[in-house]
Design a protein around this ligand. Structure first.
Ligand SMILES: Nc1ncnc2c1ncn2[C@@H]1O[C@H](COP(=O)(O)OP(=O)(O)OP(=O)(O)O)[C@@H](O)[C@H]1O
Ligand SMILES: [Mg+2]
Length: 188
């Protein structure tokens, strides 16, 4: 279970991005965070991911405080943020740490299969379409088989190309890998 208690975040320039945020996400649950531009969605996801620290408050995953980036937490940022000097497979496997080569290969292939891009494993990010780059970023988040998946408007670049895109609140999402698997299968 992921729990946030009375989280706040004030940036060094004095902008108070978040105040008094509390939430709980159980295994299998999907939580959508809705709000207009600048309301603090990305800030909240960065805090949950351990990429920034809240003050006040704590982010707790399965009883342990999250104090830095974590294999159990996968993040898809608002932009794909792929490393241009690594192939697709290199990007997906980046967070796998010290695992034997055969295990890395199998995990990378499994993640690329889930986003339908096994055939792109050897290509460079510059050779991908915008949507393919975002799918690689999703595979990179899935590769460690995280318990928590944070999706920060992962389809926003696609939406921006759409002339009828509604302007209004956008969504960030906190879910679990089990929930993502259910969504893949089309289960409710
Ligand atoms: N590194 C930073 N330093 C200072 N202020 C920041 C920083 N990052 C974000 N902010 C400010 O914090 C507030 C929340 O920003 P955040 O990126 O979390 O919004 P958001 O809800 O994700 O918006 P969007 O929908 O446009 O992505 C904004 O006022 C923003 O200007
Ligand atoms: Mg944002």
């Amino acid at each position: 279970m992921l729990a946030l208690n009375d989280i706040g975040k004030t940036y060094p320039n004095g902008v108070q991005a978040l105040e008094g945020i509390g939430l709980r996400v159980e295994a299998g649950e999907i939580l959508a965070i809705l709000g207009g531009s600048g309301c603090g969605k990305s800030t909240l996801l960065r805090l949950i991911a351990g990429l920034d620290r809240p003050a006040p408050g704590r982010v707790v995953l399965d009883g342990a405080e999250v104090s830095g980036p974590h294999e159990k937490i996968g993040v898809v940022f608002q932009e794909p943020r792929l490393f241009p000097w690594l192939t697709v497979a290199g990007n997906v496997g980046f967070g796998l740490g010290r695992r034997p080569a055969h295990e890395r290969r199998a995990l990378v292939e499994e993640a690329l299969r889930r986003v339908g891009l096994v055939d792109k494993a050897g290509v460079w990010p510059r050779e991908l379409s915008g949507g393919q780059a975002q799918r690689v970023a999703i595979a990179r988040a899935l590769v460690t088989r995280p318990e928590v998946l944070l999706l920060d408007e992962p389809f926003s670049a696609l939406d921006a190309l759409h002339p009828d895109r509604p302007s209004g609140p956008s969504a960030a999402c906190v879910g679990t890998d089990r929930a993502a698997t259910d969504a893949d299968r089309g289960d409710p």
